[in-house]
Design a binder for this molecule. Sequence first.
Ligand code: UDX
Ligand code: ADP
Length: 460
Amino acid sequence: MKSLFNQNILCIGAGYVGGPTMAMIAHKCPQYRVTIVDINPERIAQWKSDRLPIFEPGLDEIVRAVHGRNLFFSTDIEKGIREADIIFVSVNTPTKTFGVGAGMAADLQYWEKTARQILESATTDKIVVEKSTLPVRTAQAMERILFSTHSGVRFEVLSNPEFLAEGTAIQDLENPDRVLIGSRQTESGLKAGSALAEIYANWVPRDRILTTDIWSSELSKLVANAFLAQRISSINAISVLCEKTEADVTQVARAVGMDNRIGPKFLNASVGFGGSCFKKDILNLVYICQYYGLNDVAKYWNSVIKINEYQKAHFVETMLNAMFNTLSGKRICLFGFAFKADTGDTRDSPAIQIAKRLIEERAELVITDPQALANARTDLKGVDGNVQFIEDPYEAAAGSHAIAIMTEWRQFRELDYERIYRSMTQPAFIFDGRNVVDHRKLHQMGFNVYPIGKPALTNL
Ligand code: UDX
Ligand code: ADP
């Protein structure tokens, strides 16, 4: 029977990148059949269920509309590869925890396994698209694996980095600043690049679809994240200076950001950046620089991560200093555990490190978060200390000596802080790691308020 669809697209890896990206392609291109496969059967079962494995605003609606129409989930990777014309690879590439490059280089084992599987199962020519963020020149390694036998099947490897941010993935996919496609500059490479561009051209204006060589594309993803993270580390470094000098970091950021050349975005001082990308990608960049003997360049980018570590340590120090140099036996409530609002993702969340430090100080922790409690439980599994996970923020805060805001959830701005204040142990402290609540108002209620990068407002 002739297929109803004019192109079979496969995505290997049903995670934060693969899931939303493929859902958007299926949504915008009903003429393509899109299949997502994963080695984890539980993940696939969740994608097929009413409760998706990831929380992302707007994702449920899109998946519901296209699932079974032209979007399919499966664990049959072999069949998926056999039937596909284009294969997106979005498996995880965490930082290596062992051997050469441990703590820095990307762990490419999942990715290499995928390359080998593509080689084994493919019986017709394929375009293979790197969607996972990978160190520069990984496409070449992928090509080496794919070209390692003479089966007659031809592969063209493309780099197509994903720039979506979690929490705004659907908006970012629907209306991207740019789509970047890197290909070999050969006739067949350029043809494959155009084939991929055709998919995006179904909804992205042509002038936002950029084509480059493969290495520039791979490097651009690392550099974009390094620049974004650098802005946060820069403003965070200034926030500490503001705390000492009684300047206000929000006002400084506003004044600085109004310079057209600088711009207002990504200048929110915080308890530190988190997420699966920034630290990992900068570490990759640093590793590449070191590999090429560019030690000063490596140091420069590494300092972005160092300031981020400093910011988290400084936050706990502020808490300790304010609370009479002891947290032992004190109940401390973390408002938020996700690395940012509108996601349940806690990968590399500053809350993890802060929670662990507070436990070391023998505080009793209570954690509340609208979406991330299951992940928080996993992150703190095996940590020896007194930790509770409570969904209701009022219940979580009751009896606490302090609240520490870790995530900028809108819900936390809208709580009845009079009620919370009355339920807390006095003197009550609030450490606003995201500068999201009304500090003056809370101070007037009786709270001792410690924002980021502004003078503390105390009633002591
Ligand atoms: C990032 C990039 O934005 C995205 O383009 C890339 O594809 C993946 O990495 P993501 O990690 O989802 O996306 O989140 P992002 O919005 O960039 O935030 C990263 C971290 O920085 C969060 O912890 C966030 O809270 C923090 N942040 C962001 C700040 O502390 N201050 C800011 O001004 C902005
Ligand atoms: P990202 O944020 O990059 O999307 P995730 O960890 O959310 O990362 O998703 C990666 C997915 O890739 C996981 O669901 C994992 O099970 C899957 N995966 C890893 N290795 C393979 C493989 N060899 N074949 C298929 N899926 C894989």
